[in-house]
Design a protein around this ligand. Sequence first.
Ligand SMILES: CC(C)(COP(=O)(O)OP(=O)(O)OC[C@H]1O[C@@H](n2cnc3c(N)ncnc32)[C@H](O)[C@@H]1OP(=O)(O)O)[C@@H](O)C(=O)NCCC(=O)NCCS
Length: 314
Amino acid sequence: MTGEKDILTLLASIHPVQREGEYVYVLWPYGRPLAGGIEAAVREAEGLTVVLPRAEADQLDLRYDFVAAWITLQVHSSLEAVGLTAAVSAALTDARISCNVLAGFHHDHLLVPVADADRAMEILHELSAQSSDQPAPQLILRTERPEDRPAILELTAAAFSVSPATGLPVDGEPAEVGLLKELFDCDEYLPEFSIVAEQNGEVVGHVISTRAWVGDHELLGLGPIGVVPRLQRHGIGSALMQESVARGNAAGERGIALLGSPEYYSRFGFVPSVSLGIEPPHAEWGDFFQLLPLAVWPGGIHGTFRYAGPFERL
Ligand SMILES: CC(C)(COP(=O)(O)OP(=O)(O)OC[C@H]1O[C@@H](n2cnc3c(N)ncnc32)[C@H](O)[C@@H]1OP(=O)(O)O)[C@@H](O)C(=O)NCCC(=O)NCCS
């Protein structure tokens, strides 16, 4: 048996390649002669499962649920290699992408939901890059420049392609992209609070805070914040949050409010806004609407929080 067995070498050289087309799993009708371009088959006591192109399943009038993209890891892995499947599945699971693995004699093959194919490819490339000997690239946090805008909108679309609220894929352009375009153009836009994270010359994360109010008191409303999916959970979001807080304090801002998971934002000191006497713009947001009092928080501010105009039109 030949083929690479060392897990780091394997991961560094997985070379994922996506095959053309869409594939489906079907239960082959009992007694029917095999037909069509079957790509994989598993015989079980209950019947024969085959994987074939969706178009052929349609032509043969076969039923299916799961429509997959087919990604081949081009590395020649030994069937005795330990850990490759586990590492790849773990990386995709972290990104909430379901994945069926087929092991061939030469390569491993991943069947992932069609809608997640691009993200899965990004994650696999990232896994491969992490496993090579390259030192981690430096992260630069800086104020956005006009030429960053297309990259910011693209990464925002990718970051919000799965809804943080429901965990389900979003149809069409996520609402956060349109919101961001309007925030860039509105009166409440504050240039120094639109911050990008850059790595190797690529814009990999972005956060914006815009002018907001409680009564006549000026505050900051933070959001959207996004990180390219393949680099999420590497500390980039935290770095953008900490930079926003540092800039807020340096500018003498009073506080920052946002809508998001208390589990994530409490680590930066955010608390439910109602605990400070500030009502969310929509009562049903409850404890998900949070506020971070900054160094010069005056206390005694009560009322309903009002975001920049574009949020009202959401
Ligand atoms: C949310 C987001 C900006 C965080 O950035 P990030 O670079 O992935 O996060 P970090 O690496 O700094 O922090 C990772 C930690 O945050 C946690 N985390 C990330 N998103 C979370 C969420 N929505 N809820 C709870 N915890 C979350 C992770 O579990 C991890 O925790 P750990 O350190 O205890 O393991 C990024 O994941 C993203 O773009 N998500 C999609 C868009 C989105 O949800 N935006 C925010 C809407 S409020």
